[in-house]
Design a protein around this ligand. Structure first.
Ligand SMILES: [Zn+2]
Length: 275
């Protein structure tokens, strides 16, 4: 079952103008009782908490202005992931309360409230992740996968996650490390010590590791290089088929939990517990 915004959880919603959580539902609007702010439910029953949001699919359209694989779709079908999956986190940490997928995009996991800047179908609340319309100390789990690199001032997102989580609440954060740039708005990469520093004084790190390993990184770098450097379509096709075939064993490289392996990984994750 999907978590949705209904009268039962209006008290969870924070006014991003006056920080109140007293709401009056009137028609398709949620009106703040303490200031003149109001959020609207759109035709898909998504709560829109900001004016300039991204419409469904616009994000993908934006990315065509920077795309390393213009003529050539990304080759890797088999998505082997290390560490826990977002779908397993609630059970793993025995979460009974509110769980949020922050920057959820097209993802839709059972029991998660989906928050994103874009109004993708599974999204429940359309919001600025630097000003999350959720009251403080109310959430048991926040998961965020491959989102932070798209937000230039990502520190504000971390502060917001800290604010909305209950003490001892869990924060799963997965970000790119040895990863190709993949969008017009793609600003950052992280290392394991960088993630530990980001958690410092706010979260105790209880786990960290590689999500997409070195094999994935090497294959996509090789593929991007062929796609970018080779002019002749025929030679490009031949070379990529050759590379895809002979690079396959790179996916067999066994993941391991060391910092050295994380340093070569495409994406890395950290799990913190709010202090
Ligand atoms: Zn208000």
């Amino acid at each position: 079952m999907k978590t949705e915004i209904t009268e039962n959880n209006f008290a969870l919603i924070r006014c991003n103008q006056c920080h109140s959580s007293n709401w009056r539902k009137e028609d398709k609007n949620l009106n703040c009782c303490d200031c003149d702010n109001s959020y609207a439910f759109n035709e898909n029953n998504q709560l829109i908490s900001l004016k300039d949001h991204i419409d469904d699919e616009n994000w993908e359209k934006v990315t065509t202005s920077f795309n390393l694989f213009k003529d050539d779709p990304k080759p890797i079908k088999k998505d082997k992931l290390g560490g826990p999956r977002i779908s397993e986190l609630k059970e793993k940490f025995k979460i009974k309360g509110v769980a949020i997928n922050l920057g959820s995009g097209q993802d839709n996991y059972d029991g998660f409230l989906n928050i994103d800047l874009g109004s993708y179908k599974p999204v429940d609340i359309v919001a600025d992740l630097k000003n999350i319309p959720i009251i403080e100390n109310s959430v048991d789990l926040v998961a965020s996968n491959s989102v932070l690199e798209h937000i230039y001032d990502f520190q504000k997102v971390i502060e917001e996650v800290f604010r909305i989580l209950k003490p001892k609440g869990y924060f799963y954060l997965c970000v790119p490390s040895a990863c190709l740039r993949h969008h017009e708005f793609d600003y950052h990469r992280w290392t394991t010590p960088g993630l530990h520093k980001l958690m410092e004084n706010r979260f105790d790190v209880i786990d960290s590791g590689s999500a997409r390993g070195v094999g994935y990184a090497l294959i996509t770098f090789g593929d991007a290089l062929i796609s970018y450097k080779i002019q002749s379509i025929l030679v490009k096709k031949l070379l990529s088929s050759f590379w895809r075939f002979f690079s396959k064993p790179l996916l067999w490289i066994k993941d391991d939990p060391t910092e050295e392996y994380q340093a070569m990984s495409e994406t890395i994750y950290v799990i913190g517990r709010k202090i």
